[in-house]
Design a protein around this ligand. Structure first.
Ligand code: SF4
Length: 417
């Protein structure tokens, strides 16, 4: 769990983006702190409206870089004049705002705190089903905070899901460091059973999104899991299984619990059992032992499996982890690899959204967006934005059909039919 400090300058659009960064960081278990001196990570969302502002942004970035281990610089100046930060040797990473949450997460799993309780956020109910994980990844600091996996009984989680739906949740987000290993501490693999019981025992109209599940845990339950996904319409056909690398050598160095072959088995099983589903995965680029060949293997795996959602994180050292003692690859190499992979990711993801244009999709409206828009998700958890929401009379919690009219890289646009 990282403690972050965020500063936002400029217009309401920047403020909206910072809000979204914060929401995603909170969902992943990170905590905002007041003041950079208490933070592990600082985020500077910049503005570039006049020259004086530019000078202020540069000065502020230098100050923040001196005061924290990791600095991420985003916003208008970062994107339009990112070289100014580089020319000034500011020790920070320039990123699009959308990439900031993943960079902060550093390839680690989301953090569920030991006393995590279900939380309702609008019509989204967050249900942490277990805490802790079964792994010992070499780069992960989260595991120090959360410890070994500890799974409450299925009944307890079903009861929490029921309470969330009763309180108004339309989307239940099942979370944990690694949802695929739920029950393993008691020698059982309980995720498919939990999903089935939520779908059959909780009354109401709702959708269930299954959160991050490492391939190592999913592999042994892939058949049952895909069967449950196929059987119940309530469950989004969406699996977030972070592979992290296309090279078995790097996976071994990372001490991941899976190998590429197992990841491919999972994809194959879901392809066989589901007509349409969304594969979400993560790659860490620039791990200290990653060679050019390893990187090419990751690129090839991305091309082969064509996930519809991909998080690319440039490796960064976390204090106290084994990977922090390894000699790093150097910023330029990491930057080149991350750029190449991000470009490929955009191509692959855009293709998935492009293929939706002209189709009609059943969606759930989950939250308000910016400028009178709403965010919706279809059955495969693809994001569809409906603009002029008040004119169409749609609001969070509504189920409706939309025609997909266009797309950006990571979401589609639609209008109610
Ligand atoms: S699976 Fe690995 S990255 Fe995730 S919490 Fe466990 S040790 Fe950390």
């Amino acid at each position: 769990m990282a403690r972050y400090h965020i500063e936002t300058y400029g217009c309401t659009s920047n403020r909206g983006e910072s809000r979204e960064i914060e929401r995603r960081l909170r969902d992943a278990g990170h905590r905002r702190v007041d003041g950079v001196d208490e933070a592990d990570v600082a985020i500077l969302n910049t503005c570039t409206v006049v020259e004086k502002t530019e000078r202020n942004m540069l000065r502020r970035a230098e100050e923040l870089a001196d005061e924290t281990a990791d600095l991420y610089i985003t916003g208008c100046m970062a994107l339009a004049q990112g070289e100014e930060f580089r020319d000034a040797d500011v020790e920070g990473e320039v990123l699009h705002w959308d990439e900031v949450p993943d960079a902060v997460t550093n390839g680690e799993c989301p953090t569920t705190t030991p006393d995590a309780e279900p939380v309702l956020d609008g019509v989204i109910g967050i249900l942490p089903i277990a805490r802790g994980c079964m792994s010992n990844c070499s780069y992960c600091i989260t595991k120090f905070a959360t410890g070994r996996v500890d799974s409450p009984p299925v009944e307890e989680n079903v009861e929490k899901a029921r309470a969330l739906v009763h309180a108004g949740a339309k989307e239940i987000r099942i979370t944990g460091q690694d949802t695929g290993v739920y029950g393993w501490d008691n020698g059982e693999r309980k995720l498919p059973e939990l999903l089935e019981r939520i779908c059959t025992e909780v009354e109401g109209d709702f959708r269930v999104r299954v959160g991050m599940a490492n391939p190592g845990g999913v592999h042994g339950i892939r058949e049952e899991l895909a069967d449950v996904f196929a059987e119940y319409d309530e469950i989004y056909n969406f699996l977030h299984a972070p592979v992290q690398s296309g090279s078995d050598d790097v996976l071994e160095h990372m001490r991941r619990q899976h190998r590429v072959e197992q990841y491919l088995d999972i994809v194959e099983t879901f392809d066989e059992k589901l007509d349409e589903w969304t594969l979400s995965t993560d790659f860490i680029v620039g791990y200290p032992t990653e060679t050019d060949e390893d990187h090419e293997m990751s690129m090839a795996l991305l091309r082969e499996t064509r996930p519809e959602k991909v998080n690319v994180t440039r490796f960064s050292k976390r204090p106290g982890t084994d990977a922090a003692d390894l000699k790093g690859l150097g910023g330029t190499k990491k930057k080149e690899r991350s750029k190449a992979m991000s470009e490929l990711k955009r191509e692959v993801v855009a293709e998935a959204y492009e293929s939706m244009v002209g189709e009609t999709r059943s969606v759930l409206v989950t939250e308000e967006g910016t400028a009178d828009s709403v965010k919706c998700y279809d059955e495969a958890y693809r994001q569809v934005i409906v603009q002029n929401a008040s004119e169409h009379g749609v609001e969070p919690g509504d189920f409706l059909d939309v025609e997909v009219t266009g797309h950006q890289t990571v979401y589609a646009f639609g209008k109610p039919v």
